[in-house]
Design a protein around this ligand. Sequence first.
Ligand code: MLT
Length: 408
Amino acid sequence: MIRINENFTKLKASYLFSDIAKRVAAYASAHPDKPIIRLGIGDVTEPLPPACVSALHAATDEMAARDTFRGYGPEQGYPFLREAIAAHDYAARGCAIEADEIFVSDGAKCDSGNIQEIFGADIRLAIPDPVYPVYVDTNVMAGRTGANIDDRYEGITYLDCTPANRYVPAIPDTPTDLIYLCFPNNPTGAVATRDQLAAWVAYAREHRAIILYDSAYEAFIRDPQIPHSIYEIEGAREVAIEFRSFSKIAGFTGTRCAYTVVPKSLHAYDSAGAPHSVHALWNRRHTTKFNGVAYPIQRAAAAVYSAEGQQQTRALTEFYLGNAKLIRSRLESLGLPCIGGDNAPYIWINTGTDSWAFFDKLLNEAQVVCTPGAGFGKCGEGHVRISAFNSRENVETALDRIAKALAS
Ligand code: MLT
């Protein structure tokens, strides 16, 4: 008799954003006359930058001619894209990252979910709360946790992010092995200072731990003091893996392209204490389970680094940050404490009330979709997240509707 992986039975019935989509779809079918504005899942609304579209067309034409057609590409990504990433995203910021330390993929969600597979089943996890649910759920699937008791899995060291610490977690006072950090943060929009990141790097070095640093939202950073990459911190090459994505900077949520940086100086240990190259392990996993991102998509991603691409993607992030500013100032004027929105496309609102009840109120009375904080973890209760990804017109309408609903 075939048996299931029983770790899956420890998970909540559905993934947070699928759960929300189901509730919204039910509301929409019951109220077809009420147009809904979606500020829930962080999905972009503006079209691809023209530089990316031209590159996509040109590369598609190459695929249509025998002389320029390409079949399988390198699983890790074409050199033209890996080199552009190394030069623009790392060398230009003084980070010593080589092109062959970059693994191009179809998403930071997949990479941040898959990476845990190369580590031991009994490692100790440190995961922020609230958090992007993928980090927790993939470790539950892998059997690294016990049961979920009172909205927390046994076996995880939770890093509380609360108003008291401005949503940047303190370093745990016990050793852990695999630490998930995300800045600018999803869901809170908080950013970490250079000193805060340096303290995490020092902790990881002390405990021979690894930091998984998700910086999918780095293009939204406007404060010049805030690091864009963990590798801006000295010593991080020995303890950190970084995830980045073209989704939010260049509108690739539907097009799919991202990358993960695994320095060759990073090691993890076997049960006898012998070091192993994490780069070699990830390369082995990646080449076994992944056949590369489509050539035209990689060409479109590389166009982000052209002069026009840089200017156009900057305009895109400026546009969404303009929405974020409107959202944050309007909600603050309604007396709701908020963070985020200044270096991130998310605004984290401390409603002080049950977050699913607040979600329902906005859906039923304003036809606006937000994300209930409780969906991101226990510390998310009492909060909701509003995304800045939508048209200006929809954001303005949504804010008017929210103000009316909250006044009633
Ligand atoms: C979010 O809304 O948190 C993100 O869109 C999820 C993702 O990027 O997978």
